[in-house]
Design a protein around this ligand. Structure first.
Ligand SMILES: CC(C)(COP(=O)(O)OP(=O)(O)OC[C@H]1O[C@@H](n2cnc3c(N)ncnc32)[C@H](O)[C@@H]1OP(=O)(O)O)[C@@H](O)C(=O)NCCC(=O)NCCS
Length: 192
């Protein structure tokens, strides 16, 4: 799927104003690329506020090729890449059913991760990945979309609030030996 996204560096003419960003579903053959973008974006986001030891432990365990391959093959999880000229700008991971991080009511879809590379942030790439998640949720006839976000990640919390998410609880996220508080946020897609 191709989308227009705004590129602030090239606002001189309408023609140059948008560049094509492609959203595609990742497959098992993308495991190495997925590992690269997952490790890079996670460490860019959290290295400054976590110990090297905790970061290393998390990166090694959660983003091993074996783990990523099994997640790519899981029928209840989907990964999407945002790409420009075959360069990966960001990725999305969504889960349904028993792949979700926490048990939910029937008809839930979890956005487990939306991560955009630093040099692409603020250019609506996150918004495109988010829209992809909502599109899949609608295709699956989901009742609500939910996620957990670290309470100190103000930019991400603002991003989800802007998209209509509301807080409905808190849960503990373990980063190595450290326990951190995640806000749980949800967006109802259907009134029931
Ligand atoms: C959070 C994140 C996914 C947003 O993606 P993005 O591509 O940078 O955001 P977009 O350009 O699509 O912006 C969409 C909205 O996000 C919010 N946003 C973006 N940049 C922001 C900033 N610097 N400060 C506060 N809000 C911001 C705004 O509400 C923005 O809408 P607006 O431009 O109409 O004001 C991205 O910044 C990111 O990957 N951050 C690091 C990883 C992370 O924290 N992921 C979430 C973990 S749960």
């Amino acid at each position: 799927m191709m989308f227009l996204y705004s590129s602030p560096e090239s606002e001189e003419t309408d023609k140059n104003r948008y560049e094509l960003m492609n959203i595609r579903k990742a497959t098992i053959s993308d495991a190495v690329q997925l590992q690269q973008i997952a490790r890079q974006t996670f460490s860019d986001t959290f290295s400054a506020v976590n110990s090297t030891e905790n970061m290393e432990k998390y990166l090694t365990e959660r983003f091993s090729i074996e783990t990523l391959k099994s997640e790519l093959q899981c029928e209840n999880s989907e990964f999407y890449f945002a790409e420009k000229d075959h360069e990966i700008a960001g990725y999305l991971k969504i889960n349904v059913g028993n792949a979700q991080s926490e048990p939910q009511e029937p008809g839930a879809l979890e956005i487990e991760r939306i991560y955009v590379r630093k040099d692409f942030q603020g250019k609506k790439v996150g918004q495109l990945l988010y829209q992809q998640a909502v599109e899949v949720a609608e295709e699956k006839d989901a009742r609500y979309v939910w996620l957990g976000v670290w309470e100190e990640n103000h930019r991400a919390v603002a991003f989800y609030k802007k998209n209509g998410f509301v807080e409905f609880g808190k849960h503990i996220f373990k980063l190595g030996a450290d326990e951190q508080i995640d806000l749980m946020m949800k967006l109802e897609l259907k009134l029931s």
